[in-house]
Design a protein around this ligand. Structure first.
Ligand SMILES: Cc1cc2nc3c(=O)[nH]c(=O)nc-3n(C[C@H](O)[C@H](O)[C@H](O)COP(=O)(O)OP(=O)(O)OC[C@H]3O[C@@H](n4cnc5c(N)ncnc54)[C@H](O)[C@@H]3O)c2cc1C
Length: 398
């Protein structure tokens, strides 16, 4: 008779190591749960590594002139993340890097853009302040040009370097994060089979399984999800006028352009462009999207010589719980069938709120914290961190 696989009992098995799974792992371990995270690729390989790293405080969600449910849910996130980044909160993210302490919002001279910014600033009060003028100390250097016309607001939204956040979690919880060969699926009795290369096969027997696998949550037939694509653009070259972290407002309640700034492995500055450009760009091929990006940048910052800047693009899907008419979800989502949960944070910034809500559900399901002995997996392979978009070697720059 075939010998049974060795079995490891844990309170919670977390499937998928993006920001949602990692934040949950840290929270549960901090509160005494025996938790194990299983990843089938690299940590953050789905959406998280592609995130612009903005810890939204709600300004983007109040541009319609109303405080939406999204704006309310997200309002406390900048302060919570700042405490963790400063080592005063749980989890301790002192090893992660803050790229900028705040984001700007800039309204062009167009009346719709000015109005949206004005109303959002009234709703956001202390979290969104008009910057006095080009001479103000905190005016973004890139916009400090005699030809710049527009109004600039300072938002209480820090920007984190996402790869360093993933690395901080991986380092602190190394013993509880393991690789699996291929997507993890549930066995009929809700156990999981852990396998990797020539390692002995293990059965993981969790009291509760939580799928934080983004698009991979589709492995659960009842976890209905939606995918919303983006066509992101990157720009690099010596002509870039310095780092910029800003949303530029257009005529709708989605920013026309969102710019964050990053440094590639060679130390080169890269502008990462999202917002309306990326949402509308899903209709365009790579060449058309680069032309659209050049047009947009030339219109907004005409004093920069964009001919000296190279561009690359890629598409990526946002994975969320399915909404009526495919709308943007307002909050994190959790669906559960007995002691199996599927969860999506909706935003990187909302991962702490998702983890808190999952822990509440675990309590109502009667899952209690016990320590787990992870020693048998001490020599198990650990997943690497996903490659940042600006370091990808498969993208063509032109
Ligand atoms: C281009 C872009 C920019 C964004 N910018 C921001 C931003 O600036 N601020 C913000 O707050 N939000 C932003 N977001 C949203 C944010 O990135 C996502 O909401 C968040 O990263 C989702 O995290 P996740 O952990 O749920 O999923 P993912 O990051 O997709 O992680 C899922 C993980 O599960 C693994 N996996 C999948 N299937 C399986 C399986 N069967 N078994 C084991 N492992 C599996 C994957 O390899 C992956 O590591 C952005 C999203 C995109 C796409």
């Amino acid at each position: 008779m075939k010998p049974l696989n060795p079995t490891l009992n844990v309170d919670v098995a977390i499937i998928g190591g993006g920001i949602a799974g990692l934040w949950l792992l840290a929270r549960l371990r901090q509160h005494g749960y025996g938790a194990l995270l299983i990843e089938n690729g690299r940590l953050g390989a789905g959406q998280t590594i592609c995130a612009q790293g903005i810890i939204h405080g709600g300004a983007k969600y109040s541009l319609s002139g109303q405080l939406s449910a999204s704006a309310t849910a997200i309002a406390g996130m900048p302060e919570l993340w700042r405490r963790c980044l400063g080592g005063e909160g749980d989890p301790d993210l002192r090893a992660a890097r803050l790229l900028a302490d705040h984001q700007y919002l800039w309204a062009t001279r167009a009346p719709t853009s000015q109005l949206a910014a004005f109303f959002a600033s009234k709703l956001m009060r202390s979290r969104m302040e008009k910057v006095a003028g080009a001479d103000a100390d905190d005016y973004p250097a890139v916009l400090h040009h005699p030809d710049f016309r527009g109004t600039v607001y300072r938002l209480d939204e820090p920007i984190v370097e996402v790869a360093s956040v993933l690395a901080a979690f991986a380092e602190s919880h190394r013993e509880a994060i393991v690789c699996n060969e291929g997507p993890v699926t549930l066995n009929a009795d809700n156990s999981l089979t852990l396998r990797y290369a020539d390692q002995p096969i293990w059965t993981i027997q969790p009291t509760c399984a939580v799928f934080t696998a983004g698009a991979g949550n589709a492995a659960l037939p009842w976890a209905t999800l939606q995918l919303r694509p983006l066509h992101m653009v990157m720009a690099r070259g010596p002509a870039l006028p310095g780092p910029l972290y800003a949303h530029c407002l257009g005529v709708s309640d989605v920013p026309r352009l969102t710019v964050t700034s990053h440094y590639d492995a060679g130390g080169r500055l890269v502008w990462y462009l999202g917002g309306g450009l990326a949402e509308e760009g899903v209709q365009r091929d790579r060449h058309e999207q680069i032309r659209a990006a050049r047009r947009e940048l030339a219109a907004l910052l005409p004093w920069v010589d964009w001919s000296q800047v190279a561009f690359a693009t890629f598409t990526v899907q946002r994975a969320e719980a399915r909404q009526p008419q495919g709308a943007r979800p307002a909050e994190p989502s959790i669906i559960h069938a007995g002691r199996v949960l599927a969860a999506w944070p909706t935003k990187l910034a909302l991962a702490p709120l998702l983890a808190e809500r999952i822990e509440e559900i675990l309590r109502t399901l009667g899952v209690r914290p016990h320590s787990a002995n992870l020693q048998p997996l001490a020599n198990w392979p650990r997943p690497a961190i996903a490659v940042s978009p600006w370091d990808r070697e498969d993208l063509a720059w032109s």
